[in-house]
Design a binder for this molecule. Structure first.
Ligand SMILES: *Cc1c(COP(=O)(O)O)cnc(C)c1O
Length: 376
């Protein structure tokens, strides 16, 4: 089976993990955690990075630190992986789902602006949803497939409406906007090292921020909020959301290869674009010229989505439809979904992601393109 986006363990992974096992530093303390955090902060251009057990737990902790609670609303995209929205509900808050832009597949900023202008009001420096009376403290954009929306406009809107930005940049390690790394535009940003992401630690995540206080708090909260080196004194409700040293060792080895992986992802998308642009009705995700995406998961849009999905998977070339839009999932059906003509569903019905592991061979890329062309 040709994996959609599988792990590439071609570097020092085994060496570093063996070292953890030989020295006994396998658990939550160890030098690889510190090293992985340092490398990530440096790469992303953030002052601080705090490793977590997953991207999901990173998002949860960030929302807690921003004071999101059960009477709040958090603005988020309707087209995203479910974890973005789940984490909002972990705090007791509810999402406001904003429809996607038809071409970039990111949160539609025209709709966002319209929602903010017509449905909210500012009172005492907070944004409130007029109809429900609920506070909207945070906006949680997700950089879908490593692409980004017009970040300047998003920052301006967030500023005008007193919204704190938490970036779900879990898909966007290696993505830049005007040379600035994803995850460093908001107060807090997050990465994921799930098995299918651009680098992996098996499972893991990271919080990045320039705010020292938040970084310290993130470390504290993710490590059971233990406040005394000796006594089991915990000064608030904490979480066991830390990344273990074995995973961080893998992370360090993966970070060493990230530039090579980014280069390969760019070669893969360049190949698919040259092979498939103009074939039938196939189009690719639109990317603003200011965005330099990591091209984590090459995705095509076509009316023949279902036929191609069937054909590729039947030929052991793993491909996947887009996420079912959040408003269509049973637990979020009653949430606010701001849209005009449900572009989320339009995108969902037409998009599919095609094989793009960084260790895919050129001949395998050719084979995928050849299969896809058969449908037209
Ligand atoms: C992968 C992903 C997450 C969650 O990351 P995990 O490490 O799998 O918990 C959250 N949001 C989006 C958009 C993702 O793609």
């Amino acid at each position: 089976m040709l994996l959609l986006s599988g792990p590439n363990m071609g570097g020092n992974e085994l060496k570093y993990i063996t070292e953890c096992i030989e020295t006994g530093w396998v658990s939550s303390v160890g030098s690889y955690v510190d090293q992985f955090e340092k490398m990530t902060a440096e790469f992303a251009g953030a002052k601080y990075a705090v490793a977590t057990s997953s991207g999901t737990t990173a998002l949860h902790i960030c929302l807690l630190m921003l004071g999101v609670n059960k009477n709040d609303l958090v603005i988020a995209p309707n087209v995203t992986f479910v974890a973005t929205i789940n984490t909002i509900t972990y705090t007791g808050a509810s999402p406001v789902l904003i429809d996607a832009d038809e071409n970039t597949w990111q949160m539609d900023l025209n709709l966002l602006e319209e929602f903010l202008e017509t449905e909210t009001e500012i009172r005492e420096n907070f944004c409130y949803h007029k109809k429900s009376g609920k506070r909207i403290p945070v906006i949680l954009p997700a950089h879908i497939l490593g692409n980004m929306c017009d970040m300047e406009r998003l920052l301006n809107l967030a500023h005008k409406f007193h919204l704190t930005i938490l970036e779900d940049s879990t898909e966007a390690l290696g993505s830049f906007y005007n040379g600035k790394h994803a995850g460093t535009f908001g107060k807090l940003g997050t990465f994921s090292y799930n098995g299918n992401k651009i680098i992996t630690t098996g499972g893991g995540g990271m919080i990045v921020t320039d705010d020292e206080k938040l970084a310290k708090e993130a470390k504290h909260l993710t490590t059971q909020a233990k406040a005394d080196p000796m006594e089991y004194y915990h000064d608030e409700i904490g979480y066991n959301y830390r990344l273990v040293n074995v995973s961080a060792a893998m992370g360090v080895a993966q970070m060493e290869q990230l530039p090579v992986f980014m280069k390969r992802k760019k070669e893969i998308i360049a190949f698919y674009k040259s092979a498939l642009n103009g074939v039938g009705d196939i189009t690719f995700q639109k990317v603003d010229e200011k965005v330099n995406p990591n091209w984590w998961l090459p995705t095509i849009k076509t009316e023949k989505q279902k036929e191609i999905l069937h054909l590729l998977n039947a030929n052991k070339m793993q491909s996947r439809p887009f996420w079912i839009p959040m408003n269509q999932l049973p637990m979020f059906r009653k949430e606010i979904y701001f849209n005009h003509n449900d572009r989320s569903d339009h995108i969902y019905q037409r998009c599919l992601s095609i094989p793009c592991s960084t260790n895919i061979r050129d001949s395998e890329l050719e084979a995928v393109a050849t299969e896809i062309k058969k449908v037209f």
